[in-house]
Ligand binder design. Structure first.
Ligand code: SB7
Ligand code: NI
Length: 184
């Protein structure tokens, strides 16, 4: 089982690498890694398990965060419209996105960042993501709002990008151009 000790923190070079494509169909090892990542995220949201193992709650995890430089991500969350998203995705790719942007008024955090980094993180308001799921099926997801934000945060990790790279350095709370908040 994965715990916080498996999570690499900022400063670790793997978080700045462009992760490698995963050969398809996935090896049993890659599949197992992704299943473990999804289980970690679920565990982190279970009060009892999280307390017992000292897990910080998270809505998603990208493989580089466990020092695996491969294009895999896991997400598990309920969006503001009560829709449940639970996926392990291999080689996820944003195939199209809106011009319009969005952001969370409370900013973002990261399991690999042990400090608060305040500021708006501009994200595309709508994205279409293609990838391969845990069963080896091709999936195409149309995402908006919080779901779109979470997937962009995770896909950024596969490209060596941290959420705070997107924050305006002079004015962290400057309203991003062409944006409406996702959580208002
Ligand atoms: C706020 C938090 C996350 C995504 C978008 C907004 C994910 C936090 C957990 N992670 O560090 C996953 O990479
Ligand atoms: Ni993160």
């Amino acid at each position: 089982m994965l715990t916080m000790e498996d999570i690499v923190r900022e400063g670790h070079p793997v978080l700045r690498e462009v992760a490698n494509e995963v050969p398809l169909p996935p090896s049993e090892e890659d599949q197992k890694t992704l299943e473990n990542m999804l289980q970690f995220i679920k565990n982190s949201q279970d009060d009892q398990i999280a307390e017992e193992y000292n897990l910080r709650p998270g809505v998603g995890l990208a493989a580089p965060q466990i020092n695996v430089s491969k294009r895999m991500l896991a997400v598990h969350f309920v969006d503001f419209d009560d829709k449940q998203y639970s996926y392990g995705l291999i080689n996820p790719k944003i195939v199209s996105h809106s011009v319009e942007k969005t952001y969370l008024t409370s900013g973002e955090g990261c399991l690999s960042v042990d400090r608060d980094v305040p500021g708006y993180v501009p994200r595309y308001a709508r994205i279409t993501v293609k990838g391969t799921d845990l069963d080896g099926n091709e999936v195409k997801l149309r995402l908006r709002g919080f779901a779109a934000i979470v997937f962009q945060h995770e896909i950024d990790h596969l490209n060596g990008i941290m959420f705070y790279d997107h924050i305006n350095k002079d004015n962290p709370f400057k309203e991003p151009e062409n944006a409406t908040p996702a959580d208002e």
